[in-house]
Design a protein around this ligand. Structure first.
Ligand SMILES: Cc1ncc(COP(=O)(O)O)c(C=O)c1O
Length: 454
């Protein structure tokens, strides 16, 4: 089981910079009391993050109610692409709520009319239809259903195999956890669907063979006939790294799917809306999928997700056969429209590319300073990771990653906890409005933490 951060007051060295402000004990007695109250009433599973009660968050900073300010390298698990507490988004939410129009089920509402048009205008040809939902897991479940339905439609009952990748994550619901088995998250499912299979992910670090051969060999080993594959789904980058596939592999996978009438789906829930220095992460591969999933950064705030794909795929279900109560909630759609507007107007995709270069350079430097314990430092744009390893091996050092995150937290740099199994990664994903100066300061904090703990 992943660790929980202890509720022990820790007297910190006072810090006061442009981006971080910390003093006294962290967590302080009031925070400890409130988190204890929370823990009494809430499931254990919610205890995984460093002990700060977020009071407000703005731009690249998160504040508690006691004057402490963290520089945020988490974007609240890669949600706040447009920045925390973005005024334009808050205003759009308030204005929509005060109309008032709080919900419409699947009756049309004006923000949904505008949002789906905006989404398809941002997607590459021929992806010209969108369907909005609420959570990332819902969007990957929907992609699974669409891929399988498509396979059966074109080739009958045998074309139902879904190929996903080892160590991937697509959410925590039944189908999503059968596709994404990171950390054994699927262990609660007794009768795993034998037609959802995993192949190794060509990360170039733990899996050195990065040719499509690997994919084909794995299918053969699993006894899967290529013609029976309905679709292949991959996170655009695997979140636990972030691990990217080589461009050539992605292109070969695209061709393989075309040759075998299988659909290709990228899960862009993390990678989309500028995170990788492109509007869509899959642009890095020069490949267009048949469908892709969105979530997180689409609103930089409220829950909204979706699937965008070709008409042929997105129109497989007739009226009222593919809906959800909160599909296209007007306030969430208004938030998404505002977030996309901010990302576009403020040039945040270009900022992610530009400042991302600074981040990636720092990560490579840090890796070269700690070569025994940092095995790999992948990244693109404003997402990166330091993969901690047991000295001189490729085995993840979860403990070390956890200690680095904990130490950084007490130095005013916020990151979310490394995931358990398959983890060992200090993940860096600041809001896309961050400056090079703030990135540099945050990386210096990581360096300090590594010096103290590695
Ligand atoms: C790539 C990816 N897909 C799907 C999900 C699931 O999203 P949600 O937590 O909104 O269900 C996540 C969440 O971390 C993710 O990173």
């Amino acid at each position: 089981m992943a660790k929980e951060f202890p509720l022990v007051p820790n007297e910190v060295k006072p810090i006061s910079t442009k981006f971080r402000r910390l003093s006294g004990s962290i967590p302080n007695p009031q925070t400890i009391e409130q988190i204890e109250n929370l823990r009494k009433a809430e499931s254990l599973s919610m205890r995984g993050q460093p002990p700060v009660i977020w009071d407000r968050a703005e731009g690249v900073n998160v504040y508690d109610a006691y004057g402490n300010m963290w520089l945020d390298f988490s974007s609240g698990v890669l949600v706040t692409n447009a920045g925390h507490g973005c005024k334009r988004i808050a205003d759009a939410i308030i204005s929509q709520a005060s109309k008032p129009l709080l919900t419409t089920y699947c009756f049309p509402n004006q923000p949904r009319v505008e949002l789906v048009q905006k989404l398809v205008s941002l997607a590459p040809e021929p992806l010209n239809k969108a369907f909005v939902l609420s959570t990332g897991a819902e969007s990957t479940e929907c992609a699974l259903k669409l891929m399988r339905t498509h396979g059966r439609k074109i080739r009958g009952d045998n074309k139902t195999v879904i190929v996903s990748f080892e160590n991937s994550f697509h959410g925590r619901t039944f189908g999503a956890q059968q596709m994404g088995r990171l950390g054994g998250g699927h262990a609660w499912i007794k009768n795993l669907d034998p037609e959802i299979v995993q192949v190794p992910f060509p990360d170039g670090f733990r899996c050195e063979d990065t040719s499509l051969n690997l994919f084909e060999k794995a299918l053969a080993r699993l006894g899967v006939e290529p013609g029976n594959v309905a679709g292949a789904i991959s996170e655009t980058y695997q979140g636990a790294g972030p691990n990217f596939m080589p461009k050539q592999y992605a292109q070969d996978l695209r061709s393989w799917c075309d040759d075998n009438d299988a659909l290709l789906c990228f899960d862009e829930v993390q990678a989309g809306f500028g995170r990788c220095g492109r509007m869509w992460g899959f642009e890095l591969y020069d490949v267009v999928p048949d469908l892709f999933c969105i979530g997180k950064g689409v609103t930089s705030s409220l829950p909204l997700s979706g699937v965008i794909g070709t008409e042929q795929v997105m129109d497989l279900y007739g009226p009222n056969a593919m809906t959800s109560t909160h599909s296209g909630n007007p306030i969430c759609c208004a938030a998404a429209l505002a977030s996309i507007e901010v990302i576009e107007r403020e040039g945040l995709v270009a900022n992610a590319a530009r400042v991302g270069k600074v981040l990636q350079k720092h990560l490579q430097q840090i890796k070269s300073e700690f070569p025994d314990v940092i095995g790999f430092a992948p990244g693109e744009g404003l997402v990166g990771g330091l993969l901690m390893v047991k000295k001189g091996t490729k085995e993840p050092d979860y403990e070390l990653a956890w200690n680095v995150v904990d130490l950084c937290f007490h130095k005013g740099l916020l990151m979310f906890a490394p995931v358990g199994l398959g983890g060992g990664c200090v993940k860096i994903a600041p809001p896309l409005c961050i400056s090079a100066e703030a990135v540099t300061e945050g990386c210096e904090v990581i360096r300090e933490a590594l010096k103290e703990t590695a």
